[in-house]
Design a protein around this ligand. Sequence first.
Ligand SMILES: NC(=O)C1=CN([C@@H]2O[C@H](COP(=O)(O)OP(=O)(O)OC[C@H]3O[C@@H](n4cnc5c(N)ncnc54)[C@H](OP(=O)(O)O)[C@@H]3O)[C@@H](O)[C@H]2O)[C@@H](O)CC1
Ligand SMILES: [K+]
Length: 485
Amino acid sequence: MRRAHTVDQVRTAEADLMARLPEGTLMQRAATGLAVAISNFLGHTYGARVVLLIGSGDNGGDALYAGEKLARRGAQVTAVLLSEHYHQAALAALLAAGGRVAGSGAATDAAGLASGVAGEIARADVVVDGIVGIGGRPGLRAEAAAAVRVAGEHRVPIVAVDVPSGVDVDSGETPEEHVSAALTVTFGTHKICHLVDPAATACGPVHLVDIGLDLPHAAIESIQSADVRALYPVPRGESDKYSRGVLGLMAGSAQYPGAAVIATSGALAGPIGMVRYVGPDSVAEAVRAAHPEIVAGEGRVQAWAVGSGLGDDLDLAKVRELLDEEEPVLLDADGIKALDDSGDHDSVLITPHAGELARLLEVDRAVVEAQRLKHARLTAERFDVTVLLKGSTTVIAAPSGEVRVNTNATAWLATAGAGDVLAGLCGSLLAAGLNPLDAASVGAYLHAAAANLASAGGPLTAMQVAAKLPDATRGLLAEPDPAGE
Ligand SMILES: NC(=O)C1=CN([C@@H]2O[C@H](COP(=O)(O)OP(=O)(O)OC[C@H]3O[C@@H](n4cnc5c(N)ncnc54)[C@H](OP(=O)(O)O)[C@@H]3O)[C@@H](O)[C@H]2O)[C@@H](O)CC1
Ligand SMILES: [K+]
């Protein structure tokens, strides 16, 4: 798992380590890693024009010391001081290495920047955001916002130090103006904003520099290929189609027959031995035509997947009966309406998108979109259920308080039927014996991996995603474990 910690956890670990090391060691480790990452990002250092946006805290100190190291390797480094306060020793080091300070005069231009600063930014090869790090509050002050806007207008890429300034570090929310980075270089561990949207998108790719922090249990984890490999229920020699798991699928309707066909494709591409389809005869016929392997009608199952494309055919009483049984149940789409906050649902997984979660919580969709982590957690706690909140980064929250995210999805996956594939696949993983948190994690990861294969940078259909699931699974199970994962 890739781990993300809260600001408080990082501060505690930092204090513990600092007490054992000579002063300034951690900042030098951070700045060295940052300078190397900026060099790699640029592809060259000698002669590169680097503008540093410097705030009042240690985030600015990291940027200034990295600037010093780049200047020593021949870069033309200019610091823009956005506050009266700044890390003085770091600025002195930059100046000693040949760096400069821009805009020291009192005059300001129309954007509110000291004269000459806008021109420096416009001509830069890269802007380094050392405005604020984990000590920052959301939003940008006027001068910083103006500098960031000039970079955007001139398409100058921004490398964020630790976090893109302006985002809310511990929630991944972006209630106010913030930096959108081409690369974020962080230290010690990931922060929540690196993994949870909308802030995760503002980070761009995230590069982690190890500075030797000793960290506690993570607040949030992001699932990696090695985790999926370790969790995937691979059939053993003695397995038969029943022992591998049977999924009961209640999906599709006269209105949306395709959802049943697509969800079945997802389920059959998972680890189970058999799918039992339960639904109207006309839909069962369509499912059987596409998937002759299925068995129509009720029988013994190890888990249920209910809801994709049920529309008005949703039989609330029937679904609630299933929720009272022992077998795990996945509720998707309309099936989520069957959930109430009174029962014991710790073997239930729900797979809403933001709109469906908003309906369940009776809030606006935009509120869920803006505060994805908060609402996924709140739902898990209130309904005693595991929640897989779909989106560009998937957030999975369990009633135990554990949270995992999946960040490897392509934006092309936002297509009709993709959710039905995911529901079938996660149902299949539940039926094969994974608990709801693991089923959701493995399902989200493989669904995204299959979509990446189907897309290869272009459009895809839900059925193509399902068709690529076996390849994605095979590739992953065959991969050697990389060190450190
Ligand atoms: N922890 C670690 O392990 C390591 C940490 N390291 C580095 O230290 C960074 C944390 O440094 P930090 O604590 O000095 O806080 P940081 O974010 O630079 O500045 C906070 C100050 O900014 C201000 N301010 C607040 N909001 C603002 C806003 N929206 N817009 C503008 N200004 C705003 C406010 O001051 P004010 O101006 O209000 O007086 C506040 O006090 C961390 O991210 C990493 O880069 C590494 O060197 C090594 C290992
Ligand atoms: K920053």
